[in-house]
Design a binder for this molecule. Structure first.
Ligand SMILES: *Cc1c(COP(=O)(O)O)cnc(C)c1O
Length: 798
């Protein structure tokens, strides 16, 4: 079917489709249906509208002999898909109308969908935005990952402390996937390698099956639909009948349980590498299945493996799928008999690698022992890659295998055609630090692709009021061409328009205030500045800098309660890795500060502190449209890019931030006068760290900082356990690796500038509107166009 003839869907069509699915897919009548049944019926009705375009995209890709892009990622932080699908298919009015007619509440039905939280944070959310942009641009592409039974843990607080509970999204039924029992690959682990007539033969000790589950990903207007293919681990022989017949019922079920462990749970740590064997199993499991699938599809169209680099581009999202290098060489050399150098060259022509972090503790390495035990043949291939690279580059001194470790960053770099960083600053630092030597050998390999976010989810869908104003002003072309937001600029000085902009923000804040009241029993003043820091909890992101400033602010208000303070509501949200005790202490401190500060009648209407539990995509969509101020305060040089910063700027929340990651580019685009800059630069950070006693000196120089730290140390926020935060105080006044103290004074200054700026409401609105008008470049459509042109050499087909 041709796209142009896709049937228009009326409200009545949609209502009939919902009722039909309710009856025939779920066996319910409207009288017996629960919210979940209605949600599933609506989801199926929407999903049906994607299927024709999905088939069509596949057909057109084959017909054009087009190059395909494969995005391999350990994480896809998708969030909910129902509203996203409805918005992209432009069915919002019809869906609301149909539900209305059925006596159902739209928000209630879409709110029933669990978040697909198959990722930790920015890296996984980037992968999800990329999938949506790939479809919007009509780029033939497929995402590959793991279908975790349990996504990122659910967070709650008990007396301020983080509690973790398993996440169970699949128990609530998943509307979007198609199980593909026929798409199965056998994946081996362990065993030995033998030499048979000069040919290496790997005989794995254990095998599991990877079974595919496909989710259609519709782009804007549903013109193109790609696939997210997630692998689930299954036992080769699901049930051991012999054991069962012997009466060993547990033993009988064991093969299945053991196999399933591989896709059971997402590792909940986004920045430290623990080197656990199960993690390496997960990495090999999904990467090997993806490569087998890619080659099968290639073989169905072409005979000559030499064509692979011109027909296939594989993107490795961080080093987690780095085993793709050795595995592709193994498939081509061991299994298909290509000469080793040819196999390696072909692999290098297909693979590309995105680096996401310079934090040393996050750079992935595996001990030779674990690696060799699980992947004996791959360890040999790593050595041959090392040899080949050494031969071609005699001056080099580094190797992938060094210090009894396999270094996945070096492996990814050497096996990649292109290596990219995720912001201009980060890419520059990559060249100077982690990959300095490899960059000198291969100066053409490293390119920059500054991250982006999809405007469909992060503006059109999450902020309907602002979206309507934009569309009323410049028509709707911005949705697929976000840089057209520039056309808003002439309107920012028009008082009537500016009032409408301010009204949208005010209404969003009022919505958030009533939600906070209804669901958390919190009362907030919608006139206050909504100051928001939401992201994973990490020392480098410096939530503790934010809470220290809040404490100092509280103390200062108490000193002078009748002064003209700008009322502020500080909102935090974020999960800490379960084993990251310092980050968990910061959460508890923020909760303790919130309890004390919010109960203080002297300051109550001037300052409020809130930590919302269970940060996820849905909470981000709720908070960001209501934000006045975006906190992006990482230690310069540590945040590779950030994407939260982009979502806020786009939704009209100016940034208070350091020159880190994409903040640098945001500030360049929105204008320095519309960005509250503070803190040391990456270079200054390095110099400051070399100063002896830098933290103590900073504390001595700033009485506000000293007093805030003293309050924590004295137990002002933990009266029944005064030394609860001794660890934090000791860290900050001693080593303070992330330079919280050294940046404090300038942060305080910037925050008081924010207060003053916010007090002039029309100037503030202008600044917010300019943030929206000038953030169009941060669309993930722009990022994906960059990957297509500079990395993949791929073309869109719409
Ligand atoms: C955007 C997003 C992130 C990334 O936020 P940063 O501030 O860039 O770290 C993490 N988690 C969720 C749920 C997001 O939506």
């Amino acid at each position: 079917m041709n796209i142009a003839t896709l049937p228009v869907v009326s409200r009545d069509n949609l209502r009939d489709a919902i009722l039909s699915h309710l009856a025939y897919s779920f066996g319910k009548t409207p009288e017996t249906a629960q919210t979940q049944d209605w949600r599933m019926a609506l989801s199926y009705a929407v999903r049906d509208r994607m299927v024709e375009a999905w088939f069509d995209a596949t057909r057109r890709t084959y017909d054009a002999g087009a190059k395909r892009v494969y995005y391999l990622s350990m994480e896809f932080l998708i969030g909910r898909l129902l509203e996203d699908g409805i918005v992209n298919l432009q069915l919002l009015d019809q869906a609301r109308g149909a539900l209305d007619e059925l006596g159902l509440d739209f928000a209630n039905i879409v709110g029933d969908e669990p978040d697909a939280a198959l990722g930790n944070g920015g890296l996984g959310r980037l992968a999800a935005c990329f999938l949506e942009s790939l479809s919007t641009l009509g780029c033939p592409a497929m995402g590959y990952g793991i279908r975790y039974e349990h996504g990122l843990f659910q967070q709650s607080f008990a007396e301020g402390r983080q509690m973790e509970a398993p996440e169970t999204w699949l128990l609530q039924r998943h509307a979007w996937e198609f199980e593909r029992p026929e798409s199965r690959y056998r994946i081996g682990f362990g065993g030995s390698v033998s030499d048979e007539a000069g040919k290496a033969v790997w005989t794995p000790a254990v095998e599991v099956d990877a079974e595919a589950f496909d989710t259609p990903i519709a782009g804007w207007q549903g013109k193109w639909v790609n696939t997210l293919r997630l692998w689930s681990a299954r036992a080769v022989h699901p049930f051991d009948l012999d054991s069962f017949n012997r009466g060993d019922f547990e033993g009988a079920a064991q093969p299945e349980a053991l196999a399933r462990t591989i896709s059971r749970v997402l590792y909940p740590d986004d920045t430290t590498e623990q080197g656990k064997e199960l993690r390496l199993k997960q990495e090999f499991f999904f990467t090997a299945a993806a490569l087998r699938d890619i080659l099968r599809r290639f073989d169905s169209e072409y005979d000559d493996p030499g064509l692979l680099p011109s027909k296939v581009a594989v993107q490795l999202n961080d080093t987690h799928p780095a085993i793709a290098g050795p595995e592709l060489v193994r498939l081509l050399h061991d299994e298909r008999g290509l000469p080793f150098d040819d196999a390696m060259g072909i692999a290098q022509g297909c693979l590309n690698y995105t680096n996401h972090t310079l934090l040393p503790e996050a750079l992935e390495t595996w001990s030779e022992g674990v690696f060799g035990k699980l992947l004996p043949r791959h360890l040999q291939i790593v050595d041959r890659i090392d040899d080949a690279h050494a031969k071609a580059n005699p001056s080099r001194s580094l190797s992938i295998r060094a210090d009894h470790q396999v270094h996945m960053g070096e492996l990814s770099f050497i096996m990649a055609n292109r290596v990219n960083g995720v912001s201009a600053l980060h890419t520059g630092l990559m060249k100077e630090t982690v990959f300095e030597e490899l960059h000198a050998l291969h100066p053409e390999k490293i390119v920059n692709q500054t991250n982006g976010v999809t405007p469909r989810r992060w503006l059109l869908s999450c902020n309907p009021r602002l979206s309507s104003l934009i569309t009323d002003t410049i028509s709707d072309g911005w949705v697929a061409d976000l840089e057209r937001l520039q056309e808003l600029e002439p309107h920012v000085d028009d008082a009537a328009w500016s009032d409408r902009y301010a009204e949208a923000k005010r209404a969003n804040k009022a919505d958030l205030a009533s939600w906070l009241s209804d669901t958390h029993g919190l009362k907030v003043d919608p006139e206050a500045i909504f100051d928001i820091q939401i992201k994973r909890m990490h020392e480098y992101k410096r939530q503790h800098l934010n809470i220290l400033e809040a404490i100092a602010h509280w103390q200062e208000i108490k000193d002078n309660p009748s002064a003209d303070w700008t009322p502020r509501v500080k909102i935090f949200a974020g999960k800490a890795a379960p084993g990251y005790f310092f980050a968990k202490d910061i959460i508890r401190l923020i909760n303790d500060v919130a309890r004390v500060v919010n109960a203080d009648p002297e300051t109550r209407d001037k300052l409020e502190v809130i930590f919302l539990p269970n940060y996820n995509v849905t909470l981000a969509e709720r908070l960001i449209p209501a934000a006045d101020l975006s906190e992006q305060i990482s230690t310069a040089g540590k945040e590779a890019s950030g994407t939260g910063n982009m979502k806020f700027a786009l939704n009209g929340a100016p940034t208070v931030g350091t020159l880190d990651g994409a903040n640098v580019e945001i500030r360049e685009r929105v204008g320095a006068e519309n960005f509250f800059l503070f803190g040391m630069t990456a270079d200054e950070v390095d110099a400051r760290r070399a100063v002896e006693d830098h933290a103590r000196k900073a504390i001595e120089a700033d009485p506000r900082l000293a007093r805030a730290l003293k309050a924590i140390g004295d137990g002002v926020f933990s009266a029944n356990e005064p030394d609860r935060y001794a660890n934090i105080v000791e860290n900050l006044s001693g080593h303070d690796y992330f330079l919280v103290c050294s940046d404090f004074s300038d942060y305080w200054r910037a925050q008081r500038e924010v207060d003053a700026a916010f007090a002039d409401r029309s100037a503030w609105t202008r600044m917010a509107a300019l943030n929206t008008a000038r953030s169009g470049w941060f669309s993930s459509d722009r990022t994906i166009r960059g990957y297509m042109a500079d990395i993949w050499d791929a073309k869109g087909l719409v």
